[in-house]
Design a protein around this ligand. Structure first.
Ligand code: NIG
Ligand code: ZN
Length: 423
């Protein structure tokens, strides 16, 4: 069998999500669906997408893998563009406290929250983080994810931040999924800097960022810009320093309090601003004008029992909206794309077409990769998912259940639930 060369034929629908850049506003509705169609992949790259009959004999002779997708739909692999999936230890108690009415920020101010996961991550060896990382990536694959972003931020010191990033780099080699890394050193104030966040920002800029840069450990830099965490001015200072070194910028913005993170993301030319539950109208307008992707995280709002970000308003205003899981041990312990689809369509007023766009081409745009992944277009990586139903409209309808049957990464079948084939 020619590795990386595959023909998927007979598909009831090929949902191409066609495009080479993020889709804004009304464009998000356009999925460009081909009926009774085929996708041809050579050496891991998509070479043809067609609703015309194909000469199957030719491809069989050439030793292509052939997948009959009769009665099924084919979508691009999902891009989970915001996660914190490398961490040690769990925070199940905190979730139960939250169910009983104690807020996320209250838990943080009592010394819990992110700092708990910092202790857990410090205490976990690199090898153990790699092992648990593989399990989590396998689970993401089963939800149809083919590219995932992962952040550091459970170290807050040089060694542990580097350890987290190195683990993700190693996993990128070991696992089929592509992992894009983000340095999130300023994720919380560690005890030693509790009263002096400025000094912590100095430490991050002077002693950690340069090491991450020199060792090529991250493509993006990010900060938790939030009341009682890092202010707008501290965020601006850190992100400008990161930009100077060539990092692309993301920002945890306006999650709990409307601090002006959306406005800051536009000012700095960030690739994305994420969360945005409290983003102001002016911030949203500024993001639109600057082309910043709005990455919304509905599973987090659900887990925190907060209202959802204003997806409908943002799309109607013409923003590029992406959706991601925010998988992490505290505010959102789920990698379930099925839950995310249920919340986006049933609770946030997004159509399934907008939701799929937000998880594919716009997720790719949130990682500055819309020219390479996120759609079934000629020249792109063959990251394809066969779903068990004839139409994409089954994805929200089969509520909270993964419809994924086969996952093809770079043209290679890495998961086949039908034939019990693992990653
Ligand atoms: N809000 C800040 N950071 C993470 C949560 C991290 C944690 O609670 O461990 C988030 O994106 O939700
Ligand atoms: Zn996050």
């Amino acid at each position: 069998m020619k590795k990386g060369s595959v023909v998927i034929h007979n598909a009831s629908e090929v949902v191409t999500c066609s495009g080479y850049k993020g889709k804004a506003g009304a464009q998000m509705q356009d999925l460009n669906v081909l009926k009774n169609a085929s996708v041809i992949v050579e050496d891991g790259i998509i070479t043809k997408v067609t609703a015309e009959p194909i000469d199957l004999e030719y491809f069989l002779e050439k030793d292509f893998k052939v997948i009959d997708a009769k009665g099924k739909c084919v979508l691009p692999g999902f891009v989970d563009s915001h996660t914190h999936f490398i961490f040690g230890g769990y925070r199940e108690e905190e979730y139960n406290w939250r169910l009983n009415g104690i807020s996320y920020m209250d838990i943080m101010s009592r010394g819990g929250g992110i700092i708990n996961s910092v202790k857990g991550t410090m205490a976990t060896s690199k090898e153990d983080l790699i092992q648990v990382g593989i399990k989590r990536l396998n689970s993401m694959t089963s939800f149809g994810v083919t590219t995932v972003e992962g952040k550091s931020g459970y170290g807050l010191d040089l060694d542990t931040e580097i350890k987290q990033l190195e683990v993700m780099k190693e996993l990128n080699k070991l696992h089929s999924l592509d992992i894009i890394t983000t340095f999130l050193g300023p994720h919380a104030r560690p005890a030693a800097y509790k009263q002096d966040p400025e000094a912590f920002i100095d430490f991050m800029i002077e002693e950690v960022l340069p090491v991450v840069d020199q060792r090529g450990l991250a493509e993006f830099s990010d900060i938790f810009c939030e009341e009682n965490v890092f202010s707008i001015e501290q965020s601006r200072r850190f992100l400008n320093a990161a930009k100077k070194l060539g990092f692309k910028i993301k920002i945890h913005a306006d999650e709990i309090v409307a601090l002006g993170g959306a406005e800051l993301s536009a000012e700095l030319g960030a690739i994305s601003a994420d969360h945005l539950l409290q983003a102001s109208d002016l911030g949203i307008e500024a993001m639109k004008n600057a082309g910043v992707v709005a990455t919304l995280l509905p599973c987090t709002a659900f887990s925190l029992k907060e209202h959802y970000a204003r997806a409908r308003y943002m799309i109607d205003q013409g923003l590029i909206v992406a959706l991601a899981t925010d998988f992490n041990p505290g505010s959102c312990f789920t990698e379930s794309i099925a839950l995310l689809i249920a919340l986006a369509t049933n609770q946030m007023g997004m159509t399934i077409e907008e939701t799929i766009t937000a998880l594919t081409i716009n997720g790719a745009a949130a990682l500055d990769r819309a020219d390479q992944i996120g759609s079934i277009d000629i020249g792109k990586k063959a990251d394809l998912v066969v779903h068990e139903f004839p139409s994409y409209k089954f994805l929200p309808y089969h509520i909270g259940v993964s419809t994924v049957e086969k996952v093809i990464k770079n043209g290679v079948l890495i998961l086949d639930k039908e034939n019990n084939q693992p990653y």
